[in-house]
Design a binder for this molecule. Structure first.
Ligand code: PEP
Length: 253
């Protein structure tokens, strides 16, 4: 069964106190008005918060996620945080290849594959982000771009390992802009991605793969987006910093 997920990406927001409070507020809302227990609730928090937020949500249904990981296993890599370190504080999943990391930190497909490998080696899930910039869409090149991102980063994985990866389609022009892809645009691309996965890994794996949409998901557009056949939930930036908005999005399935 394909897992439905509401994932929040806090990016570089909140200090530790605010982060713990936000995680606890989300939990309180989920306790007060429970939503379908099958729906995954994910928060990708800043690295400085991971260990403390892990404790704060220890007994809850919330899945602790990191926003980044080193592509090496260990050693003289000042400032980096390894997958094993993340695992050791209770992290269950890692965002890989967010467009901000691709654009500002020069992350290539090759680096992303290495990062996903580290994540899988440590029994965590990878949430692999892909998506085109506006120029690509205007030039009607968006399918090519996304196909290459998926192929280059993911096609080296085995049928076993690919099942530990969640894909998040995030058109870059919709991230943090308030412009959302229409539900038809999201559905069209998600179906296309699922087909790419099917062609390489087979129908069963493709059918069971969770494909999230990201890009200005808000409480008032989540329901329509999530009702699309191939949209299995959302990766939410701005709206995930407000516990009520994030709860409403999670309750939109
Ligand atoms: C994101 O950060 O992945 C994102 C989709 O942000 P926003 O929801 O703010 O567009």
């Amino acid at each position: 069964m394909r897992k439905k997920i509401a994932a929040g990406n806090w990016k570089m927001h909140t200090n530790l106190r605010e982060g713990i409070a936000l995680a606890s507020e989300i939990d309180k809302k989920l306790q007060k008005s429970p939503i379908n227990p099958e729906i995954g609730i994910v928060i990708a928090v800043p690295s400085t918060h991971l260990a403390s937020v892990a404790q704060a949500i220890d007994t809850t249904r919330i899945c602790l996620t990191a926003q980044n990981v080193a592509y090496e296993t260990k050693g003289a890599y000042t400032g980096e945080i390894s997958a094993a370190m993340l695992k050791s504080v209770g992290v269950k999943a890692v965002l890989i290849g967010h467009s901000e990391r691709r654009a500002y930190f020069g992350e290539t497909d090759e680096i992303l594959t290495k990062k996903i490998t580290r994540v899988i080696e440590n029994d965590m899930k990878a949430i692999f982000c892909c998506g085109e910039v506006l120029e690509d869409r205007n030039a009607k090149n968006h399918f090519n771009i996304v196909e290459n991102q998926v192929k280059n980063a993911l096609f080296g994985f085995s049928n076993d390992d690919i099942q530990k990866i969640i894909i998040a389609y995030e058109p870059v022009w919709a991230i943090g802009t308030g412009v959302t892809a229409t539900s038809a645009q999201a559905q069209e691309m998600h179906a296309f991605i699922r087909k790419i996965v099917e062609n390489k890994f087979g129908k069963d794996i493709a059918e069971n793969m969770t494909i999230l949409y990201g890009g200005s998901v808000k409480p008032d557009n989540a329901k329509e987006l999530f009702s699309q056949t191939d949209v299995d939930g959302g990766l939410v930036g701005g709206a995930s910093l407000d516990s009520e908005d994030f709860y409403k999005i999670a309750a939109s399935f």
